[in-house]
Each structure stands twice: as C-alpha cells, then as structure tokens.
Design a protein around this ligand. Sequence first.
Ligand code: AMP
Length: 477
Amino acid sequence: MCGVFGIFNHAEAANLAYLGLHALQHRGQESAGVVSNDSGTLHAVRQMGLVADVFDARRLALLPGRIAVGHVRYTTAGGSLPKNIQPLTVEYHSGSVAIAHNGNLVNADEIRDRLEHEGSIFYTNSDTEVILQLMARSHERDWVDNLFAALAQLRGAFSLVVSAGDRLVAARDPHGFRPLILGRIRGQHSHPRYGKDAWVVASETCAFDLIDAEKVRDIEPGELLVIDGDGLHSSRLKPQPRRFCVFEHVYFARPDSALDDVAVYEARVAMGRALAREAPAEADVVIPVPDSGVVAALGYAKEAGLPFEMGLIRNHYVGRTFIEPKDSIRHFGVKLKLNALPALLAGKRVVVVDDSIVRGTTSRKIVKMIRAAGASEVHVRISSPPVSGPCYYGIDTPTRAELIASSYSVDETARFIEADSLGYLSPEGLLDAVRRESGEAESGDVDEGYCSACFTGRYPVELPASAGRRQLRLIEV
Ligand code: AMP
C-alpha cells in the first residue's frame, strides 16, 4: 500500500511531484518524500507524516532539477521507521539513484540473507533496498542495465519509479500486480537536453488530473520504460501471466482513477449491482459505509430499485489517537468516525453496504450503531468475497488468524456482527464486474488476468518458507 510518482522534463518537477503525492495520499499516510534530480545530483526531502505536513514552499524550493520522484508510504514490509522512508537514495559505482517502490517482493528476505552472508551491509529494513544492492552488484556499466539485471532476480510485486543521470525509469513486475500509468503534460517543455515533452508516471490517474496531465497508457506488466531526451525506450522482463490486484478495484484505489484501463467507479457500481442480484434483501433503504462503500451501495440501490441515502455521516478529520472521557460513551470508537441519522433509519429495514470485512470489528460496531438509530432490521452486504488470506504483494492485511473469514463461516460471521443477514459478492461476480468494465470477455477462470488470492487462497507467486522471519534489530525513532 504505497503510491509512487515520477516526472521528467518539467521546470517545476518537485512541485508537481508534491501535488501528485497529494492525489495519491490515500495510498499511504505514514511518510512522504520527493527526491529531485538536477542533472544527476539528487536532492531529497523525506519525513514521517502526511504530504501536507512534510512539504512547504521553503522545502520545495530546496528541490531543483527537471526530474523528480515521489512516494507516499504505508508499511507493508520493514518497519514504520524514518530510515525506511522512500524514495530511497544511494550513491554507487554508476551514479546517484533514487527509487520509489509500490508492492512487496516475496523473495527479498532470501536475497538479503544471501547478500549479507557475502558481505553486504543494509541500511534499511525495506525490501526495496534489495533492488539497490543487486544493482550495485551488476557489472554492466549503465545504471539502467544494472536495474534490469536486478529486476530479473525479483519475485513478487513491484511498480517502480527510478531516476539517475538524465533519465527516469518506470518498471512493473511481470504479473503487473500493482498499477503504474504513464502520462504526458502538453505545453512548452522543450529543453535542449531533455527533449520536447514532459512525462509523468503515477500509481493512479487521479494524480494526472490534478496536474493537467493526460493519460497515455498503462506501463505494461514486465515492462521497463526508460524516459530520456530522445523519448521513450521499452524493454521487457521474462513474461508471466498478468495478475492485476482486484482489491485495488474493490477498496484501495480512488474511485476517480482508471487502472489497467478500467474506471474504478464503474467497476464498483457493477460490483454493487452484481451484489444486489446475488444477495437481495427485503428492505426499505440502502446506505453505504462511507467512504469505502459509497459507490457499490449506489450500484446496489439502482439494481434493487431501492432508495439510496447517506444514513451514516463520516468525520474526515479523525487522527490516530484520541482520549476517551472516563465516563464511557456508548459506541465511542466508531462514533468518532461515523454518526448515524435516526431521521433516515428509524423503523426502517436497512441494507448497509461496505467494500470488505477484514477482522469484522468495524461491521459489528456499525450494525450496533444503525440499530441504536432505530433501524428495525440491518442487512449487511459486502461488495467483495470474504477476505480469507493475507496479501503478500503489497496490501496491508492482518495475519491469517486475525481474518474473521479464516475461522468463521458466513453464518457465524453474521452472528458475530449481529446482523439480521450477511451477504458477500462471489469471486465470479466480482471478477465479472471488473472484466465487463475492462471490455474483456467473461472468463470461466476467476484467476485469468487478476490476482484475487486474498479471497480465493490461490497465490500466483508462492512465498518462500523463510519469508517474514527477519526481525527488526535496529530501531531508530
Ligand atoms: P474490519 O473491521 O477489520 O473488518 O475492517 C473492515 C473495514 O476496513 C472496511 O470498511 C474496509 O473498507 C476497510 N479496509 C479493508 N481493507 C483495508 C486495508 N488494507 N487497510 C485499511 N482498511 C481496510
């Protein structure tokens, strides 16, 4: 769960990277960083916190150059520590390199164990540093060749933006687990060394809209795209079946983005419609859990012919910690974030739609809250299948034991969350909804083109036995 951004050949490269990161903030809220590249010299501003906390006009002015790379982070590998903040930077035999990574490498620990044994010293706990160490061991003279040699040794998920010298590189793992999209900014960007056009690369298209960039195309799975003064140059890693993460469409991406040529909003409406067909309910009103359930709930209401109302209102300004009064307040934790409207819910049979159930604690609190607002029945509908397995490719899911669907049946989960009924979208229904929006034909094979391992348990890249065993032994706060 991270967002990456890169820009090539723009007079205000760092400023636009900062704006792009604002649009990608939902992909990671722990830390943010921009590294600008001024003719091969790198300048970095990186810090824990939100984009708005990390950057101000004075700091952005410290980032010269026509190339920049940016990152927002949500820890999925390595600890949430200052030394792991991205973009990572190193100086090595072929120059100074900045790298921003979204995704998890499943063989990072294995490679790291081997390199440490051979004498490498690692500075961070992040799997991304493995890529830099492998680059340093490549004997090719050019840093892009070093990068290619490093990427060929990786297994798992990577959407990368990398810069050194006078070039920007975008690369995506051969399965294409995580999104990465190429855009262009039209205007007067001609520069003697950097060429005619200004190019951008981002995790999601919503970052392009903010900076008036147009989408050109997705970076292809397995593609390494070099952007330099002569234009664009592609090379390919060994091909693998495409496996785009379906959870990006369910929950993670912003609904105003298009990923792998699918409009996320339309895909979520289609999921809601399919859910209404698969799991109908005798009800008076459909309400979403904001914000994650809004678009699917709209689809559900349209398909079911039921009124859609915002029966729960969200407070967008809740921080991480809060101090509860000694005299405890009913439903305090959930009330901080959500408040139910009795005027809409009292005496009603309510369908409440959310995108997913992970541990089940959120749904349980929400059902209680809707009942307390006077609803006569609460029917929970989820626009994805039960999450029964952790993600090894870059989404932050808890361990298997914490996933309610790994030990409870649907009926048991319904009892736990105290709903009158509970219905999920089937894996087939989910994949059909996404495929229909992509213009692809329906497929008898759920796995074709997509990774839905968190729902099906079918992992496209197996985890080595040693994975996840490394312990943090150097903690900087
Ligand atoms: P839970 O209480 O664990 O069942 O959480 C379910 C809620 O978390 C749903 O409202 C989801 O929208 C949201 N959610 C799903 N996946 C994630 C994730 N990886 N990180 C944060 N929130 C998530």
